[in-house]
Design a protein around this ligand. Structure first.
Ligand SMILES: Nc1nc2c(ncn2[C@@H]2O[C@H](COP(=O)(O)OP(=O)(O)OP(=O)(O)O)[C@@H](O)[C@H]2O)c(=O)[nH]1
Ligand SMILES: O=C(O)[C@H](O)COP(=O)(O)O
Length: 214
């Protein structure tokens, strides 16, 4: 795989709508700030460690689009958010149109990205897998690499790692599902924020302490 054959797709909601599952423990402004912090961390990480790969942010938000450009990412602006699967279908069409052989989808809510883990995932692609999944702690899909970009249909939602695995098998593709420690940790629920706190990691996200009540 040549680095310039890879498009890294980062889907991102309007920050005022993001992290809704934290609504019981973070005030709206803090949820938006957390979502923006995670998003900037994601862009910074890929600009620093994978600068030769293309990055594409798919979003309905002009604010998110402007930030993407600060980190040299391309932007696909959705007219209106129609859900994650629809956003990724549009991004995949973009990848095909721009002749990328590989697409790696990463959500913008991983607590701490690891270049070693992303390289492990890409190595599986180089070794001949068509689809590689890094599953989330709750059975979701936290990273999804596909070659070609439209190798499978997207079915993000409950237990999507298993669903993506089965789809790839049904299509007769070589597929691998990985459990990678950092890539399995997205921040969805209050317990995820608490875990971040108790891990004592030197991580700016620990300032987002969950509150018992607003
Ligand atoms: N462009 C786009 N991105 C989305 C959409 N839905 C979710 N995402 C992004 O996909 C990633 C995973 O999303 P979720 O965990 O489902 O959403 P979230 O806002 O982080 O959290 P919840 O509101 O609690 O579900 C995040 O980077 C989201 O911003 C969508 O409709 N359009
Ligand atoms: O796999 C999915 O559907 C999305 O990543 C959402 O899963 P999550 O609950 O892990 O955010």
């Amino acid at each position: 795989m040549k680095p310039n054959e890879l498009n890294i797709v980062i889907p991102m909601k309007d920050p005022t709508k993001a992290k809704s599952r934290l609504r019981d423990v973070l005030a709206p402004q803090n949820r938006a700030t957390l979502a923006l912090t995670l998003y900037r961390n994601t862009l910074q990480f890929f600009a620093e460690f994978f600068p030769e790969a293309n990055r594409l942010v798919v979003t309905e938000s002009a604010q998110i689009a402007a930030i993407a450009k600060q980190y040299q990412a391309d932007v696909l602006l959705e007219a209106k958010a129609q859900g994650l699967n629809q956003a990724l279908n549009a991004a995949t069409q973009w990848s095909l149109k721009h002749k990328f052989h590989y697409q790696l989808i990463i959500p913008a809510d991983i607590a701490q990205l690891s270049a070693h883990e992303v390289n492990q995932l890409l190595l599986q692609m180089q070794q001949g897998h068509d689809v590689v999944i890094a599953q989330a702690k709750d059975g979701g899909t936290n990273a999804l690499a596909c070659s070609p970009p439209n190798a499978i249909n997207f079915c993000y939602g409950k237990d999507s790692a298993e669903a993506h695995l089965q789809l790839a098998r049904a299509n007769g593709l070589a597929v691998k599902c990985l459990t990678l420690s950092q890539l399995s940790l997205d921040i969805d629920w209050p317990a995820d924020l608490k875990q971040l706190h108790s891990s004592h990691q030197a991580n700016p996200l620990t300032t987002f302490e969950p509150r018992a009540a607003l």
